[in-house]
Design a protein. Structure first.
Length: 402
């Protein structure tokens, strides 16, 4: 196994401080003066702090919609899906919105509204869980094709070879199900809990799954990553790599493997779906010791971007080499990084959000707004930036500032 380890240490550099790393190098600690240092040929370049830069980019609203909704959403292709909070004669459910125009394509009345859009699209269906129920919704018209009561669950299901794999969590004995993707008929189930001895146990809850290499890689054994044969539920391997919730993975990496964040050992890693071996990993540190917030990764053409705690990483998917890293003065907001044509976007802060845009190639700060139009999640749809809030959804065109 070709395993590479890259140490990426959080420093106290300025908000826009961008550090270019090569495999095996560690970052210098700059101290409170935020000065630029050169240590072991590792170069740190600083940029002005919040409110002190001339933005190179401008954001212009393309469309805005107001409706009762949650800030979490799911994007697939040219549309996004967002939870709907019902009011009056309108039932809770989900809404499909065209990214280009903001037009509502359809709404599906589920009778409940998911707090988090843990979803997967396959076979022209949107598979999602809400209120202890798995739904299959037709992406063409919003028709509810199938539904099945499961119990408490969280994290996205995986669909591979005609089987949807999903599990329960927060129950005495959690179950991993393999269901027919068309009918939801049960094909197999695995029920487990982690026995600690003396009658003590930990429920081995489900935190999400992805399809990779013809297998299902799931965070199931109390966060431990494991792989299953989708045809019969046979466990193929299990690791000691522990996640602590759906925001830590597993995530598809675009080249047939999976990414995940080891939330206890503070490691980002690539895992081989055939064996569970780590192909590479790099480390990060936190300032508090708490579980870190995560802006979930985006991957394009062999490059990945990920926000975790006070770091924004750009890295090579094949090798794990860090191409650049930005030190952030505030932790990222739980959500995801956004990509537009030349820029990677991230939100920091919860009570007072700040939007940041960095050059995808070298991490140069190009945009910063400590008073954004929406204090919410953002994502890039390739050409524009979409922001969602509890009662609003807005898309912005990204252009060069005058």
């Amino acid at each position: 196994m070709d395993r590479r380890t890259v140490l990426a240490t959080v420093t106290t550099a300025t908000l826009g401080g961008c550090l270019n790393l090569r495999s095996g190098e560690s970052t210098p600690t700059s101290g409170r003066d935020n000065s630029t240092e050169t240590v072991d040929e590792t170069t740190s370049k600083s940029t002005p702090t919040v409110g002190a830069i001339d933005n190179e980019l401008s954001l212009e609203s393309s469309w805005a919609r107001s409706f009762p909704s949650e800030r979490y959403l799911f994007v697939d292709g040219d549309r996004l899906y967002t939870p709907v909070r019902g009011s009056g004669d309108r039932a809770d459910g989900i809404r499909a919105v065209a990214l280009e125009s903001g037009a509502t394509l359809w709404t599906a009345a589920l009778g409940t509204s998911p707090n988090f859009m843990y979803a997967t699209v396959a076979n022209n269906r949107l598979y999602l869980t809400a209120n202890q129920t798995l739904y299959a919704v037709e992406t063409t018209d919003g028709r509810i094709a199938e539904q099945r009561s499961l119990g408490n669950t969280r994290g996205p299901p995986a669909v591979v070879d005609g089987t949807v794999v999903v599990g329960t969590t927060f129950e005495e004995k959690n179950t991993l199900y393999g269901l027919d993707a068309e009918t939801f008929a049960e094909r197999w189930r695995v029920g487990n809990r982690l026995e600690l001895g003396d009658g003590r146990y930990v429920p081995s809850g489900f935190d999400g799954a992805v399809a990779a290499g013809g297998r299902v890689v799931a965070a199931y054994w109390n966060g431990r990553l494991s792989a299953y044969d989708p045809t019969n539920g046979t466990e193929l391997w299990r690791t000691q790599f522990v996640t602590a919730g759906p925001k830590y993975g597993p995530f598809p990496d675009g080249v047939g493997r999976v990414l995940a964040i080891q939330s206890e050992q503070l490691v980002v890693a690539s895992l081989d779906p055939a064996t569970g071996d780590r192909r590479w990993e790099f480390e990060f540190e936190t300032r508090t010791g708490d579980l870190p917030p995560v802006a979930r990764p985006a991957v394009v053409d062999g490059t990945g971007w990920l926000g975790v705690e006070r770091n924004l990483f750009c890295f090579d998917i094949e090798t794990g080499d860090i191409r650049w890293r930005v030190d952030l003065s505030d932790p990222v907001s739980d959500g995801r990084v956004g990509l537009t044509a030349e820029t990677v976007w991230v939100v920091t802060g919860d009570e007072q959000a700040t939007w940041h845009g960095y050059d995808r190639t070298d991490g140069t700060l190009r945009y910063q707004n400590p008073d954004p139009p929406l204090s919410a999640h953002i994502l890039g749809d390739g050409t524009g930036l979409v922001a969602s809030g509890r009662a609003a959804l807005e898309r912005f065109a990204v252009g060069e500032a005058e």
